[in-house]
Design a protein around this ligand. Structure first.
Ligand code: BEZ
Ligand code: FE
Length: 294
């Protein structure tokens, strides 16, 4: 019998006995991760002292969560999102130098092959919603414009739905586009003002939120992935600070620096240039990319 096989399980020695059994793990990182998880999990169980019925309910919750997952739906990622774990992993992996734009969650509605559009194009393909122009610059941390930055943008419509949630109702690739900056690093495109929306809440995660007295809403936002040679890729959003859910995002994605100003604008001449009939929303936001690591 090896040393790690000695010791029978007791309430007091539970962590040492279980982690000791993993001494011959083939992968050191796995052994280390399981040591931490075992320690924290046993600590939680000792503090909570669940009844057997409660523990079975927890197992059933996780079983149902797994059954909801398929190629289109990932209930476990949603669970990680509402527990704040997705944002924590994002924060740990995207520590930025001072002055660089902050990241936030990718979310499940990104589409890899969105069309490349001419700068200034309207990404709203069904003319529904309040007109909006979005513009700004892609800069480095010295404030210099980045030429050739690729901006992949996507957003929900004025009713809070992405095109992929309303196939046959919204045109394919509605409110999505890929733009490339010129020498001045500037970008601009036309769209419609997005609306807040609920994360998918008809499954175990929605039920958990309800039981916790939490709503499932995300405040109105635009998603961006910005890539440029020699820079870290930035996955982020900009948010409408006047949204009713801005202080209670279901997935904790809001950061102070990601609040943009959505200005209601009455300017007939500019509206004419933009081919907008009447007032529109004007959103200006610059993004600063961090230099690529090593
Ligand atoms: C989103 O913003 O698209 C999103 C993020 C996390 C969970 C659900 C949706
Ligand atoms: Fe979103």
């Amino acid at each position: 019998m090896d040393a790690h096989e000695r010791g029978y399980f007791t309430e007091e020695d539970s962590v040492a006995v279980v982690t000791g059994r993993n001494a011959n793990a083939k992968d050191e990182r796995l052994r280390e991760v399981m040591e931490v998880i075992t320690r924290k999990l046993h600590e939680a169980v000792k503090e909570i002292e669940p009844t057997e019925a409660e523990w079975f309910e927890a197992i059933q919750f996780l079983t149902k969560t797994g059954h909801l997952c398929n190629d289109w739906r990932q209930e476990f990622i949603l669970l990680s999102d509402v527990l704040g774990v997705s944002m924590l992993v994002d924060a740990i992996n995207n520590r930025k130098p001072s002055g660089a734009s902050e990241s936030t969650v990718l979310g499940p509605f990104h589409v890899a092959d969105a069309p490349v559009r001419e700068m200034g194009a309207n990404i709203c393909l069904d003319a529904k919603g309040e007109n909006m122009v979005v513009h700004g610059r892609i800069l480095d941390t010295d404030g210099k414009p980045i030429e050739g930055a690729v901006i992949d943008v996507w957003q929900a419509n004025d009713e809070g739905f992405y095109d992929v949630q309303q196939k046959g109702i919204q045109p394919d690739f509605n409110l999505r586009g890929v733009f490339r900056t010129g020498a001045d690093g500037s970008y601009w495109f036309k769209a419609v003002k997005p609306k807040f929306y609920p994360i998918p809440d008809d499954g175990t995660v929605g039920k958990l939120l309800g039981a916790l007295g939490r709503h499932p809403y995300r405040p109105a936002h635009l998603h961006y992935i910005i890539k440029a040679d020699g820079f870290e890729t930035l996955t982020t959003h900009i948010f409408d600070p006047d949204d009713p859910y801005i202080n209670s995002d279901a997935v904790f994605g809001v950061k102070q620096s990601l609040l943009a100003e959505f200005k209601r604008t009455s300017d007939p001449e500019r509206a004419r240039e933009l081919e907008f009939a009447g007032d529109f929303w004007d959103v200006e936001h610059d993004f600063v990319l961090a230099p690529a690591k090593g």
